[in-house]
Structures are given as structure tokens and as C-alpha cells.
Design a protein around this ligand. Sequence first.
Ligand SMILES: Nc1ncnc2c1ncn2[C@@H]1O[C@H](COP(=O)(O)OP(=O)(O)OP(=O)(O)O)[C@@H](O)[C@H]1O
Ligand SMILES: Nc1nc2c(c(=O)[nH]1)N=C(CO)CN2
Ligand SMILES: [Mg+2]
Length: 235
Amino acid sequence: MRWEDWKPFYERIVREMGYSVEEDRKSAELLRALLLEGDEYILREELATVVGRKAYVFGAGPSLGLALEEFDFSDGTLITADGATTALLDAGLLPDVIVTDLDGRIPDIKLANDKGAFLVVHAHGDNVEKMGVYVPMFSRILGTCQTEPLDIVYNFGGFTDGDRAAFLAEELGAREIVLVGFDFGDTVGRWSKPGLREHARVWESKRKKFEFAKELLEWLEKNGRAKVEYLRPDP
Ligand SMILES: Nc1ncnc2c1ncn2[C@@H]1O[C@H](COP(=O)(O)OP(=O)(O)OP(=O)(O)O)[C@@H](O)[C@H]1O
Ligand SMILES: Nc1nc2c(c(=O)[nH]1)N=C(CO)CN2
Ligand SMILES: [Mg+2]
């Protein structure tokens, strides 16, 4: 997704969610400084070598657990959205790429990164402190932001970790994207937040995020270069 296509979505998101563009922009600059300081950052060309033609993108929805039991994912690149990383590790799978705004289970993300998973860290106005603490801990990091892209901080479009992961996959070469654990309904999957032990009833801000994510994925299906499909286990 080009900046010109993303900009109108972003302006609506900022208005609807009450974000600050200035704080989002400053967060992107901070991420750039942290990446340069740590020198553990990678560029899109390197991450593109990891993303194959078929990519499974794992969201933290309630159907994720059953899907991991029911389906085989060995024929594609495994990309997890933040908290979904824990479910894959529990199922004995190692993600190839983790897309995070650092509000998932950090110990699991760290474990996966140490075992070779690439990290895509997203900067926004509400995770500035977390970036300062956690970015220095990780290796093989590609930086993303939601304001104008910088030289080493990219903006491939997308809002929540899940749909942003799909936009990243399409931009880096995936032509078949399979969404697993994407259930934009009334239940937030238990992997979504470190404190959640059980699936939870969706809260207002999360419902809004799901609405934007759904709209953006529809845009990607219509305008992107990849086939996008949802994979759901039999209930
Ligand atoms: N029912 C669901 N519950 C939780 N995540 C879901 C669900 N359905 C799809 N997802 C996707 O899985 C991703 C899980 O990532 P995560 O829980 O970190 O959310 P997030 O995008 O960081 O939003 P937040 O800022 O609220 O944490 C979401 O971004 C979303 O796109
Ligand atoms: N400013 C801001 N931007 C975001 C936020 C958030 O909480 N605040 N959450 C996101 C979900 O991944 C993505 N973008
Ligand atoms: Mg997150």
C-alpha cells in the first residue's frame, strides 16, 4: 500500500481513535534512532528473502487454538501478529516473522527472536516507552510506522498488527495470504493481551480497531496483488 492510499485511512483512524499525528511521527523518529543505535536492524530487501509466495498470517482470535490443531502450515511462511506468537510456540511452531507493537507477550517474542524469528516492530504514539525498553533487546528488526515513512522505518499500510502483517506480506512478495485466527467479532482471543487467561468480550476501542482492520483487509483483497482468504476450523 502506497502512502497516498494509506493517508486517508490513517486520517480517519486518527480522528476516530483520538490519536496524535505528532506523537506518532515522533515515535517513528525514536524507533529510527533506536534501530541505528542498536545496529540490529534490517531493510525490506532482507526480509523479502524470508517471505515466500504463500504466507500464513496468524491473528490472536479465539479460533486460533483449534486451527493450529487442525491444519498443516508447512507450505508457507509463518507470520504472527504479536500475541499469536505464544499460540504457535505452544503448538511447537516457530514463526518466521513476528509483527508487533510490543503489547504482546514479550518473553515469547524474545524466545522466538532468539531462535531466529525476524521482528517487525511498529512505532506509534502509545508505545514509546515500550520501544525504548524492548527494541535494544531484539535482533533482526525491521521498523515500521503509520506516518510518513523514513529511510529505515517503513510504512506498508495496515493498522492493527494482524492486517499490518498482511500488508507487509503482500508488499514483500506474498501472492497467497491465508488469515488464521482472524475473528473480528465480539470475542477477543486470550492470546491478545499478556494478562488475558480466557477469551474476553470485546471492548469498545478494540471493536473499532477490528472494524478498521476488516475494512483494510477488504481494500487489500480488492486492490492488492495477493489472493487473501480466511482459514477457519470447524467449530
Ligand atoms: N478476535 C480477535 N482477537 C484478537 N486479535 C484478533 C482477533 N481477530 C483478529 N485478530 C488480529 O490479531 C492481532 C493480534 O494482535 P494484538 O492482540 O497485539 O492486537 P493489536 O493490533 O496490537 O491491538 P491492540 O493495540 O489492541 O493490542 C490483532 O491485531 C488483530 O488484527
Ligand atoms: N497511536 C496509536 N496507534 C496505534 C495503536 C495505538 O494504541 N495507538 N494501536 C495499534 C494496534 O496495533 C496500531 N496503531
Ligand atoms: Mg499488538
